[in-house]
Design a protein around this ligand. Structure first.
Ligand SMILES: C[S@@+](CC[C@H](N)C(=O)[O-])C[C@H]1O[C@@H](n2cnc3c(N)ncnc32)[C@H](O)[C@@H]1O
Length: 226
């Protein structure tokens, strides 16, 4: 994960590593000019992270700043927007699917988990470092900004009234919206969306886990856009 962060251009303040990992860091020497690199024994690396295992490389990075929404929308054509997704494991898994299927922006409401929380980062396998991320405080302002930037918005819902994913032909600017594990997307997020989209399921199944829905939807919209 430290190497992924370095490859994405992030500069650590401190690295603790074992002797064997030093050569893998030298490829990134230009990024490490201002970094304190310490070869540390197993006990030190274990206590630095608080994990049961001593990772071979531990990095301390400043947390990347979130972007202004308009800046994010100006520079990314495919974004995922999360409302009340408050489980960091789900956020990490969604980030990983987004990155895998070419979604490069992530918009979070105030109740969604921090994608840089340790659990979220680990589940995302470091793909978080390549995403542009913004937080919004108002759904109405987010939809206005998306409209101004010519995004079509796809609110994902298991509702039978929604259009099946197979029948969706996405536009060139796509915002995929996913909601809470408990109650799904609120009206504030659902009503203004240009499309309400469902992933068809077997009878009797209430819904997919939000991260599973994100993987299917990111893939579905990517496949049809190619
Ligand atoms: C566990 S579901 C929420 C279930 C909630 N009862 C509802 O009606 O939305 C969490 C999120 O995953 C997405 N989701 C889950 N199953 C889906 C499906 N079959 N089709 C489209 N989206 C789905 C939706 O965005 C939903 O807000």
């Amino acid at each position: 994960m430290v190497v992924r962060a370095l490859e994405s251009g992030h500069v650590p303040e401190l690295i603790l590593c074992d002797e064997a990992s030093l050569p893998s860091l030298t490829a990134h020497a230009d990024r490490l000019a201002t970094t304190t690199v310490v070869v540390a024994d197993e006990a030190t690396r274990r206590s630095a992270t608080g994990l049961a295992v001593a990772l071979s490389v531990v990095g301390l990075f400043p947390k990347p700043a979130t972007l202004e929404l308009d800046h994010l929308l100006a520079n990314n054509d495919r974004v995922v927007a999360l409302a009340q997704v408050d489980n960091p494991t789900n956020v990490g898994a969604i980030v990983r699917s987004a990155a895998a299927f070419g979604f490069t922006g992530l918009i979070l409401d105030g109740e969604s988990s921090d994608p840089f929380a340790r659990r979220a980062l680990r589940v995302a396998m470091g793909t978080t470092f390549d995403l542009s991320i913004a937080r919004v405080t108002s759904a109405a302002m987010m939809f206005a900004a998306l409209r101004t930037r010519n995004f079509e918005t796809y609110a994902m819902t298991p509702s039978p009234a929604a259009v099946a994913l197979d029948d969706v032909r996405p536009g060139s600017r796509v915002a995929l919206m996913l909601g809470s594990e408990r109650s799904g997307l609120t009206d504030e997020w659902m009503q203004p969306a240009t499309h309400r989209v469902r992933i068809p399921m077997a009878a009797g199944v209430d819904s997919l886990n939000v991260a599973a829905a994100a993987a299917v939807a990111c893939y579905g919209l990517t496949r049809r856009n190619g």
